[in-house]
Design a protein around this ligand. Structure first.
Ligand SMILES: *Cc1c(COP(=O)(O)O)cnc(C)c1O
Length: 438
């Protein structure tokens, strides 16, 4: 790649009729063609997709969005694809649930749950980023796609590649939950289980990307991939009746999702689709991998890498690529970045399940536990309209709650056996609820 690819290109050569113009460096602003590039050649800053916002303002309306498909592709003018064919497996438009029981338990008046535990096709928010990345990968002519994954990304990449007829090879840390491994293997990709942590997997993948010419959704296709997360912002605005919330709480792994929800809110504001308002951004990490929360706590504007050790494997990234940007957003919006212990994560999973009927994975447990912590310490006001992002499904990380949810009562197929067991269960319940006598 030479410097000639910089600046001097006609924006209509690759993006005729499209609203995306170029890749632009977040740090120095240098512009590049919309190719499989992710770092600036001049300053090594990350590249981001740049759109023609004048055109967006003129052409996109609330009505035009509402008339679109019931998936992330209703926001297509804001997504980095140029062709006509998109991969649409019904990804996105997941429920925004108005919480009653969890809200009451936590003492909030207006709490909403964005439930990506039921996203399609693989039950995590990663289906959003992969639908976009693989649509773009196909446009760029890749025949093999790949990723460095903490679990959910491998599920999404394998499933959506299968649907699109692309060859697929994914890389995961060797110690992932069995649900995540099975949920990848079933789609028939090549799976490389790397004996190392995610950061080592990622480093290896950067080398493979350079030598094999594959489309790595979160490496050389990262600028396109990450744009998919903006839809988590757009949908919340639309589902709140075209309004911004006051406060959002979301999990942080690389920090990409967090920064892209922010970008999504800003874009809809700039496009005149929603009234401007400062939304507070709070982020959630697990104590066992909390480099961004640590930097936040210590008032640093740089992130020191850590070695992950937590049950929240899907968000266990020790060297987060977008950490400093997440930090910046939390600070300037008067949010916070907090972390919680593995036991608090398990309690968070159980609390959401028992109050709302939503079974989330460890990342969701982390986010609920941080939500609770922020309320208890007065950093979320009871009156704020707060949205908590639940990004993955608990059926994939059952190991995490094994031994913490009780056992079924085994009975004989006889009425008397059932009655005895019921009596025992009620006695146990009464004992649990006995008031403490002084
Ligand atoms: C990947 C992932 C995240 C966070 O991803 P970022 O790297 O911060 O964009 C959050 N929740 C779940 C369940 C994930 O799989």
């Amino acid at each position: 790649m030479t410097l000639q690819s910089l600046v001097s290109f006609a924006s209509n050569t690759t993006s005729h009729g499209s609203t995306c113009k170029s890749l632009k460096c977040r740090e120095c602003g240098a512009e590049y063609e919309l190719k499989a590039l992710h770092v600036c050649e001049l300053c090594f800053g990350p590249l981001e997709v740049n759109y023609d916002y004048d055109q967006l303002r003129c052409t996109v309306t609330r009505d035009s969005i509402e008339a679109g498909p019931k998936s992330i592709w209703r926001y297509r003018p804001f997504l980095p694809v140029v062709g006509h064919e998109v991969i649409d497996l019904g990804t996105g438009m997941t429920p925004l649930v108005k919480s009653c029981r969890l809200a009451r338990r936590l003492g909030l008046k207006n709490l909403y749950i964005k439930n990506d535990a039921v996203n399609m096709p693989t039950l995590s928010f990663k289906d959003r980023v992969v639908s976009v990345a693989l649509t773009r990968a196909r446009e760029l002519g890749f025949s093999t796609v790949s990723c460095a994954s903490t679990g959910n990304l491998a599920n999404s990449t394998a499933a959506i590649a299968a649907h699109a007829g692309l060859d697929c090879c994914v890389f995961i840390p060797a110690d992932l939950e069995s649900g995540k491994v099975m949920g990848t293997l079933i789609y028939g990709p090549t799976v490389m289980a790397v004996e190392g942590n995610y950061d080592q997997v990622n480093r290896l993948c950067s080398e493979v990307a350079n030598t094999h010419g594959w489309g790595f959704v979160n490496i050389n296709l990262r600028p396109y991939y990450s744009e998919g997360s903006k839809t988590l912002g757009y949908e919340v605005i639309e589902q709140l009746g075209w309004q911004l919330p006051d406060h959002i709480v979301a999990p942080l792994a690389s920090g990409s999702l967090f920064t892209k929800i922010y970008k999504g809110f800003r874009e809809f504001t700039e496009a005149g689709l929603v009234e401007p308002k400062t939304v507070r951004f709070s982020g959630a990490q697990a104590d066992g991998c909390s480099p961004i929360a640590q930097a936040y706590r210590e008032g640093r504007d740089f992130v020191t890498p850590v070695k992950p050790n937590t049950i929240a494997k899907s968000i266990a990234i020790g060297n987060p690529a977008d950490g400093i940007y997440a930090l910046e957003i939390a600070r300037k919006t008067n949010g916070a970045i907090e972390s919680v212990t593995d036991l608090e994560i398990i309690d968070g999973i159980k609390l959401l399940a028992e109050t709302e009927g939503i079974f989330t994975e460890t990342a969701g447990g982390t986010t609920v536990a941080v939500l609770k912590k922020l309320i208890e310490s007065g950093r979320i006001d009871p009156d704020e309209t707060t949205v908590v992002y639940i990004t993955g499904n608990g059926l994939k990380t059952q190991e995490a709650v094994q031994g913490y949810v009780g056992e079924p009562l085994t009975i004989e197929p006889k009425l008397a056996s059932f009655e005895r067991a019921l009596e025992r269960a009620r006695t146990l319940e009464r004992l649990e609820w006995q008031p403490v006598m002084i």
